[in-house]
Write a protein that binds this ligand. Structure first.
Ligand code: SAH
Length: 362
């Protein structure tokens, strides 16, 4: 590609990442009716159609302009793995050689897609494989949306009922691109998922929490993992910027939808954060917050240096929380035979060569 065409390309917006507001603004700037945005969104997202020729209710001239002045890139599926329990993981190659992972988790009454928001992650949580990689870059909105598109294309339209931002990356450090993606997920002309079917998970970026609450109050999951600052400083280093008192204050003021709870994720690490006293501290910490504690047995990865708490320890910890009148569930590791479980997503691309087999291509 010549330098000049690269320049032109950089100015062409990725159409699949434009939410209704941005698309309307683009159309207005072109002298078109902004209401066309609805039709275009329906074609692109509800109907998953990117061939402009098929968009019969849109004028030829507008179609030609869209084709000439926007881009409709979709990442390539480089691996497609199915775990014994039905969990499915895709490795997607992005322009520039980056790779991200997306995981589909089927359950009896719902199908949850776990999406990535960044390539790698800057937060360096000591028990997380993604954190060990460092940050590659932020994903753009169309790259977040592409994960839903890929899964829907392969699994069928109705299969994905919930979307959780629990893949690679810290969504609240990429709100510039996460917001338009959330808008598209919620837009009836695009993916039409209600706010209560979408969960953003964060390690605790307090200003981001306030912005999310103000602009797109979806369900919240907080990666808590410790009941006191000295332990959390080590496990989730961003705690040094936003200590527990500030994080929980932000949770208290978050505008939760009625009858909703904040999910607190707590990874069970043998001898680190799993003592009875920690459970009692946790109950005290969450007082006054509608909470659900999600105990996650630690998923090991090479070189982590941590061990999973024993099942008996996890049960004892759970019982103390229950006795404190806080709801809690123990998360069953899903897809751990294909490294798709929490904290195992590392975008397995080594030395520029993919370490996982090339499977079915879309
Ligand atoms: N950065 C966001 C989004 C990632 S969510 C956040 O921290 O919430 C991924 C979830 O898996 C987080 O709760 C994370 O703490 C948890 N996790 C990370 N590594 C894990 C591991 N090795 N075993 C179990 N859970 C892990």
């Amino acid at each position: 590609m010549s330098a000049s065409s690269a320049l032109i390309d950089a100015e062409r917006p990725q159409l699949l990442g434009l939410d209704r507001r941005s698309l309307s603004a683009l159309l207005r700037a072109w002298g078109e009716s902004p209401f066309r945005a609805q039709q275009i969104l329906q074609w692109l997202h509800s109907r998953q159609m990117t061939d402009f020729a098929a968009m019969s209710d849109i004028s030829k001239s507008l179609r030609a302009r869209l084709a000439a002045e926007t881009r409709v890139d979709e990442p390539e599926i480089v691996a497609d793995q199915l775990a014994a329990d039905g969990t499915r993981k895709w490795l997607l190659a992005l322009p520039g050689g980056d790779a991200i992972e997306t995981v589909f988790i089927p359950e009896e009454t719902r199908g949850t897609l776990c999406v990535s928001s960044q390539v790698g992650c800057s937060l360096a949580c000591s028990f997380c494989a993604t954190g060990a990689q460092g940050l590659g870059r932020n994903l753009e909105a169309y790259e977040i949306i592409a994960q839903i598109r890929v899964a829907r294309r392969i699994l069928g339209m109705g299969t994905i009922t919930n979307v959780v931002f629990m893949g690679m990356g810290e969504p609240l450090l990429n709100l510039r691109h996460v917001f338009p993606a959330l808008n598209l997920l919620r837009d009836d002309c695009a993916y039409g998922l209600g706010a209560r079917r979408i969960t953003v998970s964060t390690a605790g970026i307090v200003p981001g929490l306030d912005r999310l609450g103000a602009e797109s109050p979806v369900n919240l999951a907080i990666s808590l993992h410790a009941s006191r600052d000295d332990v959390r400083d080590v496990l989730v280093p961003v705690n040094r910027h936003y200590p527990l008192s500030e994080l929980l204050a932000a949770c208290r003021r978050y505008p939760l939808p009625p009858r909703r709870k904040i999910t607190f994720e707590y990874v069970m690490l043998d001898g680190i954060n799993d003592a009875d006293i920690h459970a009692r501290e946790l109950v005290r910490l969450l007082r006054g917050i509608p909470s659900m504690v999600n105990l996650i047995p630690f998923n090991p990865f090479p070189g982590s240096g941590y061990r999973r708490s024993s099942p008996a320890r996890i049960d004892a910890f759970r019982d103390i929380i229950l006795r404190g009148n806080v709801m809690t569930v123990t998360r069953r590791p899903r897809g751990d035979d294909i490294a798709a479980a929490c904290g195992q997503l590392a975008g397995q691309v080594r030395d520029g060569r993919r370490s996982v087999p090339l499977a079915r291509r879309a």
